[in-house]
Design a protein around this ligand. Structure first.
Ligand code: FE
Ligand code: FE
Length: 192
């Protein structure tokens, strides 16, 4: 059963654009959950909540992060775009009482990924890129890959992200590199 309360909760915390995106990511996450055998309700919940704090003012997000006992590293301090995934993972625990660590981690790592991601973490990471309404160079390739292999889709997104960040001389968070390395090193065809 899908808990529709979360939709009402996020509705009050963000504008129309972000709300529509969240609903679309939740729907996309459910599709991927069906395809890859993940719990659909968990996928919906993590999807609908993944950007919950994105429109909360930055200073309040920093307070949520600090109150959650999390210290930002240097890359995170210089990347406000990463803050909402961290503050969101705290917020859903403290304000919504979510205790499922897989859902918490799916929100926490939806921006960077990390080594050894769970199926749900990968689904939310990818759904954020493939949901209805997303438009960027390669979105169709990304959608196609997401239906065949979550790992291949993630590699494609890392190639895009690393190119994009390095071309703008923006720091790359180590978790993102660990995520990429983990997938590449665990691919059968890349093993020595
Ligand atoms: Fe996000
Ligand atoms: Fe998002």
């Amino acid at each position: 059963m899908i808990n529709t309360d979360y939709k009402a909760i996020i509705r009050a915390l963000m504008g129309d654009y972000r709300f529509d995106h969240s609903v679309n990511v939740a729907a996309e996450a459910v599709e991927l959950a069906k395809l890859y055998g993940e719990d659909e309700e968990k996928a919906y919940t993590a999807g609908i909540l993944h950007d919950i704090t994105k429109e909360i003012p930055k200073d309040e997000q920093l307070k949520i992060i600090a109150d959650g006992g999390i210290l930002l590293d240097d890359v995170q301090k210089n990347a406000p775009k990463l803050w909402h995934s961290i503050s969101g993972s705290v917020y859903i625990q403290t304000e919504l009482g979510i205790t499922d660590s897989d859902i918490i981690n799916a929100v926490r790592y939806h921006t960077t990924g990390r080594a050894n991601m769970s199926l749900l973490e990968k689904i939310i990471y990818i759904a954020d890129y493939t949901a209805v309404g997303r438009e960027y160079n390669g979105v169709e390739i990304m959608r196609e890959k997401s239906r065949k292999s979550l790992e291949e889709a993630m590699i494609f997104s890392f190639q895009y992200t690393f190119n994009n960040l390095s071309s703008k001389e923006v720091a790359i968070h180590p978790d993102e590199i660990f995520a990429y390395n983990y997938i590449v090193l665990n691919k059968e065809r890349n093993k020595p």
